[in-house]
Design a protein around this ligand. Structure first.
Ligand code: F6P
Length: 478
């Protein structure tokens, strides 16, 4: 369960440094996403305008806790280094899932003087909810702000007072137990806090292509395809896959009614001789059991590592249908070979970001610089949307994302965005997706595919990793 409890003070103000901030740090924490470089680029360009130097810290919080503080100057003489391009996926700074434990007081106390040696007065952390927790103890020592990113699109709220509606089922040893949301029935899209996070649109673009490509195999071979996509406990990525027109979409927020699912799969198979199902990696059955999450492994941020929701769903469907179902339809193959699974996997997180992500990631990076320069310590830059204004930037204090036990919960797909009867987005869900994705791919994205994919030069030279160039620029404390 990814909800973390950390000691939290609302926000510390550092008024003296606000007026004279000349140098800031930036780091990318958590899993990579396609739009991280775009965020850093936007931050550095804005810093150039404001006359602020930006130091990129290598490998997220792992760099901050390293006594050598490996870093790169991203805008010497207030001009952005050429390696930093918004179209490059991943992060030139490197990322890690290392976080600073608030209990490690000694380690924490070393960080401020370490950054001060480089003249760093404030820190922009690019990340998701785990990063807000990692940033919290640091924000009590010097100004920090968050520029959001995550392909899961789970950093934000369905509406501003949602955190106060989380309840816990039981408390153990004075600690809150598993949390439950009592979200209200209807939301309006302009109430969403952080409409979308950079990285989400590109992940959905990759998933949509995957669904369309797997469809033709299922269609030709009369098979049932189960495609597993990322997102942990949030179903935004499977929801977005609806642009690829899967027949059935299953989200972690809606426990699977197996009888209803079996009935719908059979109906579709009889109708069109194949079925395409998209399943979010964190889906659950009606007893709350996470499909295929047999491993109890956790990554360093406390996230459960998911393994095999699609495989488990295949097993359940094959058991229910048996070989007879397909035999009686003159398909002389076993249920095990008719039903096949594919994970879209890390391709969702990689490669060039599409226009929507590039543009808004850069804007949010710029906003983060403004926030830190304006002394909005421990604030989060957000992307908002309203019918009247379209997309616009805003911010909120990080504590507003926390429940009464100071925990941050991944934003879940609100039930008004999905229709579990049809296994498809609801009317509001379709509006949400259209608003963001209809024009999300730029003409330059298309042109890049045309010009670059089979460029002959690629056959004559090896891949040139940006890490080599960045390595030349890395400095450390003496
Ligand atoms: O949080 C982003 C995410 O891509 C999740 O959707 C996924 O479960 C996880 O990270 C995978 O993490 P890793 O790259 O560490 O395997």
């Amino acid at each position: 369960m990814r909800s973390h409890s950390v000691p939290v003070r609302r926000s510390t103000s550092f008024s003296e440094s606000a007026h004279s901030m000349r140098r800031i740090g930036i780091l990318t924490a958590g899993g990579d996403t396609p739009a991280l470089n775009a965020t850093i680029f936007g931050a550095v360009e804005r810093a150039n305008e404001r006359g602020i130097e930006v130091v990129g810290i290598i490998r997220g919080f792992a760099g901050v806790v390293d006594p050598r503080l490996p870093h790169v100057r991203l805008n010497p003489l207030l001009s952005t280094i050429p390696e930093l391009t918004p179209t490059r996926g991943g992060t030139i700074l490197g990322a890690s899932r290392t976080y600073v434990d608030p209990a490690q007081v000694e380690l924490l106390n070393e960080i401020k003087p370490r950054l001060a040696k480089l003249g760093i007065e404030g820190l922009i952390c690019v990340g998701g909810d785990g990063t807000i927790n990692g940033m919290q103890p640091l924000s009590e020592m010097f100004p920090c702000v968050l520029a959001p990113k995550t392909i899961d699109n789970d950093l934000g709220l369905n509406y501003i007072d949602e955190p106060s509606e989380w309840t816990v089922e039981h408390a153990e040893f004075g600690q809150p137990g598993p949390a439950k949301s009592h979200a209200r029935d209807i939301i309006a899209l302009d109430e969403l806090i952080n409409f979308a996070t950079p990285g989400y649109a590109t992940a959905v673009y990759v998933v949509v292509q995957g669904v369309e490509r797997i469809r033709t195999t299922a269609e030709s071979h009369r098979r049932i395809a189960i495609i597993e996509v990322m997102g942990r406990d949030s179903g935004y990525i499977p929801l977005g896959s609806s642009f690829g027109q899967p027949d059935i979409i299953l989200l972690p927020e809606f426990p699977i009614d197996m009888d209803h699912l079996e009935h719908r799969v059979a109906e579709l198979y009889d109708l069109q001789k194949h079925v395409v199902i998209v399943v979010g990696e964190g889906v659950r059955d009606q007893s709350g059991r996470q499909l295929g999450a047999q491993t109890k492994s956790y990554d360093p941020a406390g996230n459960v590592i998911y393994s095999g929701a699609a495989e488990e769903l295949k097993r359940l469907l094959a058991m229910r249908f048996g070989d007879e179902f397909f035999g009686s339809r003159r398909k002389h193959e076993s249920a095990d070979s008719v039903i096949f699974t594919r994970k879209v996997g890390h391709t969702q997180r990689g490669g060039r970001p599409i226009k929507f992500d590039r543009f808004f990631a850069a804007q949010l990076g710029g906003k983060a610089v403004d926030l830190i320069a304006e002394n909005r310590n421990n604030h989060v830059a957000t992307l908002q949307w309203s019918e009247a204004k379209g997309f616009y930037l805003d911010s909120l204090p990080a504590y507003k994302l926390r429940d009464q036990w100071k925990r941050i919960h991944p934003r879940r797909v609100h039930h008004s965005l999905y229709d579990p009867q049809r296994f498809q987005p609801s009317l509001l869900g379709r509006k949400y997706l259209q608003t963001m994705l209809t024009n999300a791919v730029g003409t330059d994205d298309v042109e890049q595919i045309r010009l670059d994919t089979f460029s002959p030069g690629k056959l004559t030279s090896r891949y040139q990793s940006v890490n080599l160039e960045i390595h030349q620029r890395i400095e450390t404390l003496k």
